[in-house]
Design a protein around this ligand. Structure first.
Ligand code: SF4
Length: 67
């Protein structure tokens, strides 16, 4: 999965609490590692995107098994 964090991020920290392996606090907004996020974190990342109060987590693509 690839994601992006929009400039709407308010640094509330919800995504960091849900999946600290992917979301890292940053002075301007939450940052994510470069490249593909391992599939093992897919469920937590989707949960974080749904939970983000300003919908700042944009899922760019999601690799589905068998697709
Ligand atoms: S949950 Fe959304 S607003 Fe909060 S830190 Fe994460 S990306 Fe930013």
């Amino acid at each position: 999965m690839k994601i992006a964090i929009s400039e709407d991020c308010t640094q509330c920290g919800k995504c960091v609490r849900i999946c600290p392996q992917v979301f890292e606090p940053d002075p301007l907004r939450v940052s994510t590692p470069n490249g593909l996020i391992p599939a093992v974190f897919d469920e937590q990342v989707v949960d974080a995107a749904r939970t983000c109060p300003v919908y700042a987590i944009v899922i760019i693509n999601r690799v589905e098994l068998g697709v």
